[in-house]
Design a binder for this molecule. Structure first.
Ligand SMILES: *Cc1c(COP(=O)(O)O)cnc(C)c1O
Length: 371
């Protein structure tokens, strides 16, 4: 145990991360599997994640910002690193110097990159993003058609990509519409590799109209153990384990209230353990428990221990009444995320998605990397 006596410890299983990438890569024999590592590799630590993923065989990475691309390029110098959030004005030379590839999603960005390439020479790859139905980033389909009809972007793109909006709900018809539109647009530049699928698209594999894999798939959240298609069995391993230390254990009587606002009253005489982490550590306050709405559940060994009352900034109370004698004691560790509590289960209890639970993981933990 560290000298710092941390309130919580976070264990990242890089072996499970690498296995998840291999599992996703093996789903298609014809489409390369990239790795999306934006937002500090979904909260798991960019540098460690890129090293593990490159070791497993990933050759293409996606980040959101230049600062992230710099880290990825340093750790994996031969990898292709794309920057999803496009090209800020005046950034082309800095991108090129880093060896990072912008994902260009507007005519202004494409013109700026074309001007840079015209002065600096070819050999600076970039992707073009076309919007097939999300209205977030990317050229509108008619803009893309006009650009390709008018002689192209002014440089040779290394990738044509689009992003799926609804693939996590397999019954939605939008995914097939996006696939068909993307197939039509990619036919305008058939020599350019194409990419459409995120984690959900990678696991879906295809729609009734055709394959979602194209040349390159871009899974993110699935790498980190979250199941992108709720309700379907997941082939992915948990990557993140979060445990919190018990600060104190106390007895409280039936009818007493616990925590701020007295939002939960005890229905029986209870033993309450107070844990040394809170919403400042990324456990969202919405995961607290009130009389009218139960919250998240932690695990003390094999015993499920429901959260009691509201979550504080630095503390969470759990009900350990049902734990075996002596298990709930000062200094003992309680699982917040891990083999018993998936990222998606905690997310559901907090009224959010696994992505937010992962990227909110706090900075005060003692971090361990294993595997
Ligand atoms: C974040 C992101 C991904 C990865 O999405 P997941 O749902 O995490 O797999 C892929 N492509 C783009 C454009 C993204 O922004």
């Amino acid at each position: 145990m560290s000298e710092a006596f941390p309130g919580a410890r976070l264990t990242i299983d890089l072996g499970a991360l690498a296995d998840n990438w291999r599992t996703l890569a093996a789903l298609s024999a014809t489409s390369e599997c990239a790795a999306v590592v934006k937002a500090d590799a979904y909260g798991t630590g960019l540098e460690h994640a890129v090293r593990a993923l490159a070791g497993a065989g990933a050759k293409t990475f996606f980040v959101a910002h230049l600062s992230e691309a710099r880290v990825a390029r340093r750790v994996a110098p031969t990898a292709a690193v794309y920057i999803l959030n496009g090209l800020p004005p005046g950034a082309a030379a800095a991108y090129a110097q880093t060896g990072a590839r912008p994902v260009l999603g507007s005519r202004e960005e494409i013109e700026e990159w074309a001007a840079f390439v015209a002065s600096a020479g070819e050999g600076f790859p970039a992707a073009i993003h076309v919007d097939t139905g999300m209205n977030r980033l990317g050229l509108r389909p008619e803009e893309a058609r006009a650009m390709f009809a008018g002689g192209g972007p002014g440089f040779r793109p290394s990738l044509l990509m689009s992003h799926l909006a609804c693939a996590d709900e397999p019954e939605r018809p939008e995914t097939e519409r996006q696939r068909a539109l993307f197939a039509e647009l990619r036919a305008l530049c058939p020599e350019t590799p194409a990419s459409l699928a995120n984690s959900a698209g990678t696991l879906l594999g295809r729609t009734e109209g055709g394959d979602l894999g194209f040349d390159l798939r871009r899974p993110g959240v699935a790498l980190y153990g979250s199941n992108p298609i709720a309700g379907r069995p997941s082939p992915l391993k948990p990557v993140v384990q979060l445990e919190a230390r018990i600060v104190q254990v106390r007895d409280a009587a039936e009818g007493e209230a616990v925590g701020y606002g007295g939002a939960q009253r005890l229905k029986r005489p209870s033993r309450i353990a107070v844990l040394s982490l809170g919403y400042a550590d990324g456990v969202m306050r919405a995961g607290g428990s009130e009389d009218v709405s139960p919250g998240a559940v932690g695990f003390l060994g094999e015993t499920p221990c429901p959260y009691v009352g509201r979550i504080s900034m630095d503390l969470i109370a759990i009900d350990v009444t049902d734990a075996p004698d002596g298990a709930a004691r000062r200094g003992a560790w309680v699982e917040i995320l891990g083999d018993h509590v998936s990222v998606d289960q905690l997310a559901r209890a907090c009224n959010t998605i696994g992505y937010e639970v992962l990227t909110a993981l706090g900075r005060r933990y003692e971090r361990h990397y294993v595997g």
